[in-house]
Structures are given as structure tokens and as C-alpha cells.
Design a protein around this ligand. Structure first.
Ligand SMILES: [Mg+2]
Length: 362
């Protein structure tokens, strides 16, 4: 039994609630209280973010517009305004910086903060999370949810527990019970495929997972097996890394319904390209290779890449190259369940970059 909790880190995961949809409702009063879907339209589009009013009907991210409309006939489709989202993203990052410089952004609206040592000398991380949530609300008129724990993995799950406007704290002594009852698909690095495999092994929650030895898990899941072994025991020493040197930048979306129509697929490419472009701008990542990844219904995956002498740094170019990769491989685009776009092959020749340790799953 560990009695001195001061030896633990204090990590906060902040995640804005229904981010794009909330910004649209804030800026367009006529949309408030209504079910809206930000993303493509009803015909060929895909929903990026649904408002909470729409979620009640089962409308979700990555759902085709027609299906969303079927579930929620009054659904209003709204075109994304990435500039507005980026502006809010800058605002919340400025707020984080008042408390710590150890900030690791995961996307425009999500970040890890290490507040073990912080700029306001507040020893209680929960108080910092409250203050940040309050600052965000005052300054952006939007709500965020926060998860507080001693490691990244648990903080991230915690932020999702009481959404929207939630604050969930998992203290070190609560972690064992929390993880034992946690459904297996919530574990870090466990996607749909791994979850299905674990279910077939009789693993439905953390407690079931704990029954397997490290060797057993490694033999079944490769090096990730060792990772799962540690995670379920609450061991996650990954630091919050503000200056992680990137080797690539990727955006991918999984669909509930399989896509077959080229027009649907190209529409999704457009949305994914936009998100990728935003991340490129934000991180200043410069890469010369663009890769398209497609997974189908039977989890078969293929990738196609294109490289150029200059970097991928504008939206039209990324979108056009990605679409041509799709168009060149239309025969392979059947029952599509996942589409991903990655920019890699950074221009830097710095040996530090090529020697950078890569973490799994990120
Ligand atoms: Mg969010």
C-alpha cells in the first residue's frame, strides 16, 4: 500500500464538449437548443461533430449525413468553419499556459497538462482543473470536460465519464478498482479489432485482462501485449510531451456504415484533408509524403503513398493528391470502414529527429 501520494504526477486531460457544434451554437443563436451536425451535408456528407441535442437521437461523429437525418429528421446540417475553431483553440491554449508549460495538445480541442509543478503553486490538481474549466467558460462561453489522475491514460478516460461540463478525478488509490471494472474497449490502445479479439478470449473488463500473464499477452498481441499488461495495472509512465518531435501527422476516421460510393469516399477525404491541414498548420510539421490508408469491412488494409520534392502545406494540394490516390484505386474502395491520411517524411535531416523514440498507438 502506497501512503505518500506526493510521489505521483498530477495530470489533467481537457476536452472541449461537442467542440465544433458548440462553437456553431455559440456564434449562431438560431442554432441553440437544436439538433445540429457539423460536417458535410445530408446527401453525401459525413458528420464531424453532432450537438448534444442531436446525440440524443443517436447521431454520432463519422456518420453519413443521410443516416443522421434518418435518425433525427429535424437535424440541421452546418458547414464547418475551421478558422473559428482554430481561434478558440488558441484561446484555450493561452489559458492552459497560465497554469503550466507542460502541455501536450492532441487536437484542436484536447490536451494533456502536467500540473505536478505549476505556475500558481496549487498542490491540488482538481482545483486547477476547476479553474481552467472556469476560465474557458468565461472567456470562450464554451464548456470543457476534465479528467484528473496520475497518468495520461486514466486522465483521458476520466474526462469522458461525466461529459458535458464534467470533472472526474481518479486518485491513485482508486485506480485498481476503476481499471478492473473498466470495459475492455476503453483501454488505451485497444481498438475495435483488439477488443473483438479480447472478447473472444473471454476478456470483457480490466479484471478479466489481469488474469493473463505478460508472456501470454505478448504471444497474442505482440509488443502491445506488454503495454496492455502494464495499463491494466495502472502503469503508464508516458510523459506529457510539449515538444515531441514528430515524424508524421495522421488523421483517420472510422465509419459505422461501410462506404461504397466514390462520391461518399471523396467527400470524407475532403473532411479528413481539412483536419489534417489544420494540424499541419498548428504543428508546423513539414512532410514530403502523403499516404492514404483504407480499411475495409473484413479489416483488410491497404495504403498508397505519393511523395514530392516540396512539402504538403496547403489544403487544396493535400485534398487533390489524396483524391487522386482514391481515384487511382477505386477498385479497392469497397465496403470502406476506415479512411486515414498521413503526412510523413519530414524535411529535417537532424539526426535527433530520425532517432526519436516512437510511442505506440499515437
Ligand atoms: Mg472534444
Amino acid at each position: 500500500m502506497i501512503s505518500n501520494y506526493d510521489q505521483f504526477r498530477k495530470i489533467i486531460h481537457i476536452d472541449m464538449d461537442a467542440f465544433y457544434a458548440s462553437v456553431e451554437q455559440r456564434d449562431n443563436p438560431e442554432l441553440r437548443g437544436k439538433p445540429i451536425a457539423v460536417g458535410g451535408g445530408e446527401k453525401r456528407g459525413v458528420t464531424t461533430t453532432a450537438s448534444y441535442e442531436a446525440r440524443k437521437f443517436g447521431v454520432k461523429s463519422a456518420m453519413p449525413g443521410w443516416k443522421a437525418k434518418e435518425l433525427c429528421p429535424d437535424l440541421i446540417f452546418v458547414k464547418p468553419r475551421f478558422e473559428a475553431y482554430k481561434q478558440v483553440s488558441n484561446q484555450i491554449r493561452a489559458i492552459f499556459k497560465r497554469y503550466t508549460d507542460l502541455i501536450e495538445p492532441l487536437s484542436l480541442d484536447e490536451a494533456y497538462l502536467d500540473v505536478t509543478i505549476n505556475k500558481i503553486d496549487q498542490p491540488i490538481a482538481t482545483e486547477i482543473a476547476k479553474a481552467i474549466k472556469n476560465d474557458i467558460l468565461q472567456e470562450t462561453l464554451l464548456t470543457a470536460s476534465a479528467g484528473v489522475s496520475y497518468c495520461k491514460f486514466i486522465a483521458k478516460i476520466a474526462s469522458d465519464i461525466q461529459k458535458p461540463n464534467g470533472l472526474t478525478v481518479i486518485k491513485p488509490h482508486q485506480a485498481t478498482e476503476f481499471l478492473e471494472t473498466l470495459p475492455i474497449q476503453k483501454f488505451f490502445g485497444v481498438g475495435k479489432v483488439t477488443a473483438a479479439k479480447m472478447t473472444s478470449m473471454g476478456i470483457t473488463n480490466g479484471l478479466d485482462l489481469k488474469a493473463f500473464s505478460k508472456m501470454d499477452l505478448v504471444s497474442r498481441f505482440g509488443k502491445n501485449g506488454a503495454f496492455y499488461f502494464d495499463m491494466v495495472r495502472g502503469i503508464d509512465d508516458r510523459p506529457v510531451e510539449p515538444f515531441r518531435i514528430r515524424k508524421s501527422l495522421a488523421v483517420e476516421t472510422t465509419f459505422d456504415d461501410y462506404l461504397n460510393e466514390p462520391a461518399d469516399i471523396l467527400n470524407c477525404i475532403e473532411t479528413i484533408a481539412q483536419e489534417l491541414f489544420l494540424r499541419i498548420e498548428r504543428s508546423n510539421f513539414q512532410g514530403k509524403t502523403l499516404t492514404l490508408k483504407i480499411k475495409n469491412k473484413s479489416f483488410q488494409q491497404w495504403t498508397r503513398s505519393v511523395s514530392q520534392v516540396f512539402v504538403f502545406d496547403n489544403l487544396e494540394q493535400i485534398s487533390a493528391f489524396a483524391k487522386s490516390l482514391v481515384n487511382q484505386n477505386l477498385d479497392l474502395c469497397t465496403d470502406v470502414r476506415l479512411i486515414g491520411l498521413t503526412v510523413s517524411n519530414p524535411i529535417s535531416e537532424d539526426p535527433k529527429v530520425s532517432g526519436q523514440l516512437e510511442l505506440p498507438f499515437e
